[in-house]
Design a protein around this ligand. Structure first.
Ligand code: ADP
Ligand code: MG
Length: 335
């Protein structure tokens, strides 16, 4: 059955049913002209939005609709995690071609609700038709204790730079999906493709960082480690030095890099969409923060230091090392 057979309102009814009833602090969800949220006193609201366009961010041939639904929410949850918040509401706006199958949409909504893990309530959106491909826009509202959001503009020289886990797996997974890389090892291939299609937002870590009061600054690595680190440096007017020997590399990543003949640090430094958190802490807080994270079973590693200046450089075992030229994803720059 196609969307053109059930129409906009038939689809909204299906979404409404799948989303369930509103629960506190959402007072009213899907169905009226606007939803109602009643935030607790003493909290700041976080609002983030991201758009995925067919042919630009995803291909319907390589991303099954369930994965697309999952990812479209995850990228927003990751932004809330990067601010140290707790997500509450999601809004989903869809532009759909009339040939879209209702079954595809059911899978999309299933993936979307799976990514929410019950933590965030689908509270509204918009559904329109498109003449050329799908577009998916998701907005998430979250809360964080007043004044405790983790911002990009608060890193300082001397801070330790931490990364919450391996980056580059998503880019390697995309290379496998597009056929530009091949792996004999199915377990490794599945791991990389999963990293691309079903990335996990680091919500527990973000909240822990904000609650600890030990972390000064954070963002999520969506465009590539180097590019996102540059965002911190620009916002905070600082530079940074990366210790290449500390960059986490998984066996699957190394295997994929070897099979294509690229440097093993290329994907970890430039590949986007792994949604790890990159965060900094004053040196005197670093040991206490590491202890809190390891008690919580979170394996963040120190990958460098924030410096005076404005450049991002790298060393490997104390010796100056070069960084890849290509700095990550930018929609309006030719690479
Ligand atoms: P309006 O014309 O007042 O903007 P709509 O007819 O577009 O309302 O939507 C009706 C209700 O369905 C609203 O509560 C809206 O938020 C919700 N809605 C529409 N599309 C979606 C969607 N894709 N996902 C979730 N909720 C949706
Ligand atoms: Mg509308």
């Amino acid at each position: 059955m196609k969307i053109s057979e059930i129409g906009e309102f038939g689809f909204i009814e299906r979404v409404h049913r799948a989303a369930g009833r509103a629960r506190y602090p959402v007072i009213l969800g899907i169905g009226d002209d606007a939803s109602i949220l009643r935030p607790e006193p003493g909290y700041d609201l976080l609002v983030t939005t991201d758009m995925l366009v067919e042919g630009v961010h995803f291909l319907r041939e390589t991303t099954p609709p369930g994965d697309l639904g999952f990812k479209s929410l995850t990228v927003n949850l990751s932004d809330i995690a990067a601010m140290g918040g707790t997500p509450i509401q999601a809004y989903l706006s869809l532009a759909l071609t009339p040939d879209t199958k209702v079954e595809e949409l059911d899978h999309f909504i299933d993936g979307f609700l799976q990514a929410s893990g019950g933590s965030v309530q689908l509270s509204g959106g918009d559904t329109v038709s498109s003449k050329a491909g799908w577009a998916v826009s998701v907005t998430v509202i979250g809360t964080v204790k007043e004044g405790r959001a983790l911002r990009r503009d608060s890193a300082a020289a001397g801070d330790v730079l931490f990364l919450s886990g391996p980056t580059g797996e998503s880019a390697a997974g995309l290379a496998l999906l597009l056929g530009s890389a091949k792996l004999e090892d199915d377990v490794h291939a599945d791991q990389l493709i999963q990293a691309h299609n079903r990335p996990a937002p680091e919500l527990a870590l973000g909240k822990l960082l904000s609650d600890s009061d030990l972390c000064s600054c954070a963002l999520d690595v969506s465009d590539g480690l180097l590019q996102d680190l540059t965002h911190i440096c620009r916002a905070s007017s600082v530079g940074a030095c990366i210790y290449l020997e500390n960059i986490p590399l998984t066996p699957a990543l190394k295997n994929a890099a070897e099979s294509v003949g690229v440097d093993q640090f290329f994907w970890p430094l430039t590949g986007g969409e792994d949604y790890r958190l990159l965060f900094t802490a004053p040196e005197e807080n670093a040991a206490a923060l590491t202890a809190i994270l390891s008690d919580a079973g979170i394996k963040a590693v120190s990958i460098g230091v924030i410096e005076e200046g404005e450049s991002v450089r790298a060393v490997k075992n104390g010796i100056d090392a070069s960084l890849p030229e290509k700095g990550g994803h930018d929609h309006f720059r030719n690479v």
